[in-house]
Write a protein of this length. Sequence first.
Length: 107
Amino acid sequence: MSEFAAETTGIAAFADTAAEMARRVQTAGAGVTADAGILGAVFGIIGGGFVAAYTDARGAHLRELDRLASTWDAMSTTAATTAVAYDATDADIVAGLGAAGSPGGSR
């Protein structure tokens, strides 16, 4: 039988780091505030195509930032849940082994 060990403090630390990354990406997305309306006034009629392309690119960029933040958030949740599950499983096994070895326990 092969041995398996999980360092749950490391898994939980990764969960915290991933949550922080999600927060930072969300903050970065919120910081993208350039208004295409202002660009329209600057570039005038000639720059209409540029402003439309900029607006499309900005929208795609914001959608990708949202997707990235959601991915970091999901990784954080999964890692935290995994660490708790491993710890709970270990505790259950230890309790079961303790009960089996105690006087009057099942053998």
